[in-house]
Design a protein around this ligand. Structure first.
Ligand SMILES: C[C@](O)(CO)[C@H](O)COP(=O)(O)OP(=O)(O)OC[C@H]1O[C@@H](n2ccc(N)nc2=O)[C@H](O)[C@@H]1O
Ligand SMILES: Nc1ncnc2c1ncn2[C@@H]1O[C@H](COP(=O)(O)OP(=O)(O)OP(=O)(O)O)[C@@H](O)[C@H]1O
Length: 364
């Protein structure tokens, strides 16, 4: 990890990373009056990371507002306001990511800056390591990393619980990207309970698709399919419409996660959004079939898709499955990852220019 502690003009910079998530269980309830759906989910953080660096623009705006404690030396650029912030995005899919104030990392910075009563100008640099609009919470991870980094830059000193509360205001997946590990998610996904015993390493093949899928669109498609009470391929005959299956309870999965048997875990994975993602993107059926034929223990769509996940027994197995999927040409890119890993954390912040914090990114 590069230790870009100072920007070229010498202003202090803080870099944080946050992980992608997968949902080992994603049970979706009916639409609520506020437009969200109640979820029962088992989140797991995996070893793919977004990296966000925040720094004062100019010669050290850290002197502004409540930023004094962590700020760089110098007079500071004051009063310019959030509109003047610079947002740069690099890495795969960067052109699809907004660089205005709708960017989730920018929204995170705005939230904490307002809380700090600061008018410092803050530059935001995002490096994408998670697919954009891929159902792995890439934007949410940006928000999580930005919260952790900005908290440090502005010297707010919010604890993890307070950061998770701010995170929930930015998006349903953001609190989990702050926390990491393996956790039960309820509410709209923002209420978390860590599953401490679920530590056995899991190896997963990640098959990326060409274009993203919009999360609200996938939820809306699920509502539509449920209302129609037909299977996504429309195969049901008139009068014989079947309701879509719904994921059941999570207890058997939670129990299996306490053990060390990848096949037992794989047999209990579920995603209620999968029929909706397949309905919007039928080509994913072929991807799932290819992974099954390659010998994966289980294949499924990741969250709202279109990324597909293939669960394997160990790393060698995952590498073999990944090679076959890659060769078949069904995916834009194939990666091997593992989980659980830890949540958002600082990787670089040292005004003295020495070593970083030394936090183990696996969170172990
Ligand atoms: C599909 C998942 O990734 C599973 O973890 C999440 O539920 C989505 O989380 P997210 O991308 O952080 O979603 P948000 O930014 O909070 O919401 C985006 C949109 O997704 C839909 N949405 C999201 C979460 C939820 N529990 N019910 C929903 O219906 C809503 O249309 C909402 O307007
Ligand atoms: N920092 C950001 N990074 C990526 N996308 C962002 C960001 N801020 C806003 N967006 C917008 O949000 C949309 C969703 O992107 P994201 O990568 O978070 O999807 P996702 O991984 O499918 O999300 P989730 O799994 O949480 O539903 C994109 O179309 C993008 O335009």
């Amino acid at each position: 990890m590069p230790r870009d502690v100072f920007t070229p003009d010498g202003a202090r910079a803080v870099t944080a990373v946050a992980p992608a998530k997968i949902n080992l269980h994603l049970g979706v309830g009916d639409a609520r009056p506020d437009g969200y759906h109640d979820l029962l989910t088992v989140y797991r953080a995996v070893d793919m990371w977004e990296r966000v660096t925040v720094s004062f623009v100019g010669d050290g705006g850290g002197a502004s507002g409540a930023a004094g404690r962590g700020g760089a030396s110098g007079a500071g650029a004051r009063g310019a306001g959030p509109d003047d912030d610079e947002i740069t995005v690099t890495g795969p899919g960067a052109p699809q990511v907004p660089t205005d104030r709708t960017n989730l990392a920018a929204r995170a910075v705005d939230l904490l800056r307002e809380e700090a009563g600061s008018d410092a100008r803050i530059a935001i640099r995002i490096h994408k390591g998670v697919p954009v609009a891929g159902g792995m919470a890439g934007g949410s991870a940006d928000a999580a990393a930005a919260l952790v980094a900005t908290d440090r830059l502005l010297g707010l000193g919010l604890g993890r619980a307070a950061l998770e509360e701010r995170a929930a205001r930015l998006g349903s997946d953001v609190p989990f990207c702050v926390r990491g590990g393996t956790a039960l998610g309820t509410g709209r996904g923002e209420e978390l309970a860590t599953l401490l015993h679920a530590r056995a390493e899991q190896h997963v093949v990640v098959a990326l698709a060409d274009d993203g899928l919009s999360t609200p669109r996938v939820f809306a498609e699920l509502d539509r399919l449920r209302a129609e009470r037909v299977e996504p391929e429309g195969a049901a005959r008139a009068g014989a419409a079947r309701s879509l299956p719904r994921a059941g309870g999570v207890e058997p999965l939670v129990e299996a996660l306490a053990g060390d048997d990848p096949a037992a875990v794989a047999a209990l994975l579920a995603n209620d959004l999968e029929p909706a993602a397949l309905s919007l993107r039928p080509a994913l059926r072929k991807t799932l079939r290819t992974g099954q034929e390659a010998g994966a223990l289980h294949g499924m769509v990741s969250g709202s898709g279109p990324t597909c996940l293939f669960f394997c027994s160990d790393r060698d197995h995952a590498i073999a499955v990944a090679a076959e999927i890659s060769e078949s040409g069904v995916a834009r890119e194939v990666r091997v990852t593992r989980g659980p890993v830890g949540g958002a954390h600082i990787v670089s912040d040292d005004p003295s220019g020495g070593a970083g914090t030394g936090v183990d990114p696996t969170g172990k």
